[in-house]
Design a protein around this ligand. Structure first.
Ligand SMILES: Cc1cc2nc3c(=O)[nH]c(=O)nc-3n(C[C@H](O)[C@H](O)[C@H](O)COP(=O)(O)OP(=O)(O)OC[C@H]3O[C@@H](n4cnc5c(N)ncnc54)[C@H](O)[C@@H]3O)c2cc1C
Length: 407
């Protein structure tokens, strides 16, 4: 058994960083060690497909805090890769060969890009967007590129497509599903964004997959599609989802499925190991089913939940999920989870560029998707956070006062 009092956190993304900060805020005075395998101070990912890609680059704009903050807070940053967990000894081994003991280990290993598995997909002109290094490489690349094909019409693919188009590139988006963001939003929201992206000059292709990257002398020239068509391109950007980083946990014998399995308090089946953020498949009291979410809210609120438990006030994780995506000049915000709806009613007017889709199941409001209607979104977070509902006929009525409904 270890006598080390260290709380060791593997992964310094949104979840790992927040955990370290919340531990200090909660008064934890023991050693906190934050391990990360990216050669950069902890940073935020959302700007990578937004402001950072549009702007002049520079890492200081996306860092959570400067180095001095970590020194002041006595949060030790370890730049290394965790390669094995010795659960009996309560220690983690690093790629560099060193080891570190722990009183409690928190896995905040996040997720990695799902790779495109087609011929020529490993060429230099086929790029992804998950890390600062990838965003930086893309930011430079789109200055010289003229024609880009984006594979995948999910949030990141569309955010990138809108930015590339605004910078004057010719943009095609290829998607297997029949509509954009099909897994995450209602058809009403998909239809709005399809119209907006098409109006901006982006060509959207549905029901097709990429079958081969075409190249001459190792240089990308286009992409072949499953319907036999070919699209010319000098850059391919792939946004086909992520895979949770569960291998470290699995190799240590922890239970994993489509994420590291944790209970309602983010604890694995080892009482000395928790998992949070994109890598964690958690038992959700709110939804009554195991969930793995990929969002800043989820990563940071789970970190706060674990910090609270480790400082002596255990509570189940029950935060309301919420999410946002900026595409062109439009802001999409989602309160709760809207999958499984059987009725959708609209408040506001898609034609005016500001509306919300109120999603119902069995007559109960389950989530709200808002476009350029921040007030509706905040209303949804407060109402749904309190497990409350309003009727569909109230939601569509512009004279119905949402604020009063909260009172
Ligand atoms: C381009 C982009 C845009 C996004 N936009 C939004 C948005 O608008 N809104 C929103 O809510 N969410 C957005 N997200 C999602 C959000 O960023 C993630 O949900 C969030 O980063 C998850 O945080 P995390 O700490 O769980 O994982 P990550 O941020 O992935 O951090 C995990 C870290 O752990 C490191 N690591 C993994 N294994 C090891 C190991 N063995 N040893 C050491 N280090 C390791 C990884 O390299 C990584 O740095 C976006 C994501 C991306 C990529």
């Amino acid at each position: 058994m270890t006598t080390d009092e260290t709380i060791l956190v593997v992964g310094a993304g949104h979840a790992g960083f927040q955990l370290a900060v919340s531990l200090r805020q909660a008064g934890f005075q023991g050693p906190i060690k934050l391990v990360n395998d990216e050669a950069l101070l902890p940073y935020q990912r959302p700007p990578l497909s937004k402001a950072h890609l549009k702007g002049d680059g520079g890492e200081e704009l996306i860092l959570f805090r400067p180095r001095k903050f970590f020194d002041d807070q006595k949060i030790e940053l370890i730049s290394d890769r965790a390669v094995a967990i010795d659960r009996a000894a309560r220690a983690v081994r690093f790629a560099s060969g060193g080891t570190q003991g722990y009183a409690h280990l928190v896995l905040a290993t996040g997720a990695r890009n799902r790779l495109l598995d087609i011929p020529n997909a490993n060429l230099d002109g086929v790029m992804y967007l998950r890390t600062f290094a990838e965003s930086e490489a893309l930011r430079k690349r789109i200055k010289a590129a003229r024609r880009v094909v984006v594979v995948g019409a999910g949030f990141i693919g569309l955010e990138f497509a809108a930015t590339a188009r605004a910078k004057g590139l010719d943009v095609d988006v290829v998607e297997l599903a029949p509509r954009v963001m099909a897994r995450a939003v209602t058809p009403e929201i998909s239809a709005y964004f399809q119209r907006r992206h098409s109006e901006a000059g982006i060509r959207l292709h549905f029901g097709v997959s990429a079958t081969e990257i075409e190249a001459e002398n190792g240089v990308v020239t286009g992409i072949s599609l499953s319907d036999g068509r070919r699209l010319a391109a000098d850059l391919i950007v792939v946004g086909v989802g992520v895979l949770p980083n569960v291998e470290l946990a699995a190799e240590a014998g922890l239970a994993v499925a489509s994420g590291i399995i944790v209970d309602e308090q983010m604890l694995t089946d080892d009482p000395y190991i928790s998992a949070i953020g994109d890598c964690a498949l958690f038992a959700s009291p709110r939804f009554g089913a195991p969930l793995r979410l990929e969002s800043v809210q989820n990563a940071t609120d789970q970190a706060r939940c674990v910090a609270t438990r480790l400082t002596g006030k255990p509570e189940p994780y029950d935060s309301l999920p919420w999410f946002w995506s900026d595409q062109g000049n439009d802001k999409l915000q989602i309160a709760a989870l809207t999958t499984g709806f059987d009725q959708v009613v609209l408040r506001g007017d898609p034609g005016q560029g500001a509306f919300s889709a109120f999603c119902y199941k069995d007559g109960h409001l389950i989530g709200i998707e808002s476009v350029n209607r921040a007030g509706d979104h905040m209303f949804g977070r407060r109402l749904l956070g309190g497990h409350r509902s309003i009727a569909p006929e109230q939601a569509v009525d512009p004279n119905f006062d949402l604020k009063k409904a909260l009172a």
